[in-house]
Design a protein around this ligand. Structure first.
Ligand code: PMP
Length: 364
């Protein structure tokens, strides 16, 4: 009999995309491309690399456990107080802190169908109950999510934009949800892909925290800021919520290299703008390629696109692997007919599209 606690018994470990090196070794080639983990194709910013090098010179020291400088820089940029911030080892860490801080086994948390899988992981690990609300045209049905809240609900997760669908809700509908949800429910607005949202009037959800102290906004340096390997993300919340999260976090949950790199890249507006522009062009490139191939895709506000493929998507995934291209099958998200493709460099997108076209014509 398993010794695992009830919530842990049926959990599966989170599976990231296959590492490039692993596939290169397997295939005996050296030009594998990975469009599988929504990483930034520009690579680490030069300023971040320099900051990391400076920290390595003093690498025997513990980092600043409170992230004083990064928090102050973020507070200034976001127009909040430093005591509203919680730093994490990636935003996944912050999502877990939220579950640990607010969910017991008698509680539940509301998520959407097809939503980012880590929510279910962190909720279930607390032995709390997951309430899954059916999606509407692949996106979150915020009205139905608000209606799913009951007296035992403590958290409601909104991925905006969502991974793997790329769907997103305008801030006005998020605000409507906040108006209808009771104050004992923390609404977690996961904005991991916020910087890519190219929509006039999306505005800043952070402004809404003044009016709705039960709103928590999470963001990350892993995507548009290109620090996925270094692991740093954060939550912006009411100071009372941040206080609880900060009591629970590990003493040095964000390492010194990550703190310094995040501070450097936060000041590197050029890198951010390049990331956004490269993503905008890559999105056009991929989606016009899909249209030429007659493939349906879900319009995405993130740095990835979920594309519907004929036949078995996991088989196509394996055929792409054989050609040295790693993408992401998303059957785990209840989407067995889609592949999620991260937007890469122009030449990577082109190689992917050409290979896809070839495999599809071979197959049919
Ligand atoms: N939220 C969403 C919606 C994501 O897609 C991801 C990355 N896969 C994360 C949070 C977590 O990213 P990180 O821990 O690297 O900040």
């Amino acid at each position: 009999k398993s010794l695992a606690l009830p919530g842990v018994q049926h959990l599966q470990p989170y599976q990231g995309g296959m590492p490039v090196e692993e596939l290169e070794r397997e295939l005996g080639i050296s030009d594998v491309i990975k469009l599988a983990s929504n990483e930034n194709p520009l690579g680490l910013s030069t300023k971040a690399r320099e900051a990391v090098d400076r920290v390595l010179k003093d690498g025997a020291r513990y980092p600043d456990g409170n992230g004083y400088y990064l928090k102050n820089a973020l507070a200034k940029q976001l127009g909040v107080c430093a005591n509203q911030l919680t730093l994490g080892n990636g935003s996944n860490d912050v999502l877990e802190l939220l579950a640990r801080g607010f969910l017991g086994q008698q509680h539940n948390a509301v998520v959407s169908e097809h939503a980012f899988v880590v929510y279910q992981l962190v909720i279930t690990a607390q032995n709390a109950h997951v309430v899954i609300v059916p999606a509407k045209q692949w996106g979150h049905d915020l009205e139905a999510m608000a209606e799913a809240v009951d007296s035992q609900t403590r958290l409601l997760f909104i991925a905006n934009p969502n991974n793997p669908t790329g769907t997103w809700a305008p801030l006005s509908s998020v605000e409507r949800l906040l108006q209808s949800v009771p104050p004992h429910v923390l609404v977690v607005l996961d904005e991991a892909y916020f910087e890519y949202v190219d929509e006039a009037g999306y505005g800043s959800a952070i402004e809404l925290i003044k009016q709705y102290p039960n709103l928590v906004v999470t963001r990350t340096f892993s995507k548009a800021y290109g620090l996925a390997a270094l692991r740093v993300g954060y939550a912006v919340s009411h100071p009372d919520v941040a206080d609880i999260l900060n009591r629970l976090r590990q003493p040095f949950n964000v390492n010194g290299l990550a703190l310094a790199a995040a501070q450097a890249v936060l000041a590197d507006e050029e890198y951010l703008q390049n990331s956004i522009e490269m993503n905008r062009q890559g999105y056009q490139q991929l989606t016009s390629g899909f249209e030429k191939l007659g493939l349906d895709y879900i319009p995405s506000a993130g740095n990835f696109v979920a594309v519907q493929v004929p036949g078995d998507a996991s088989e196509l995934y394996r055929s792409l692997l054989q050609k040295g291209i790693i993408v992401r099958p998303i059957a785990l998200y209840g989407m067995p007919n889609h592949l999620r493709v991260s937007i890469g460099l122009p030449e990577e997108n082109e190689r992917f599209l050409n290979t896809l076209s070839q495999l599809l014509s071979d197959g049919g």
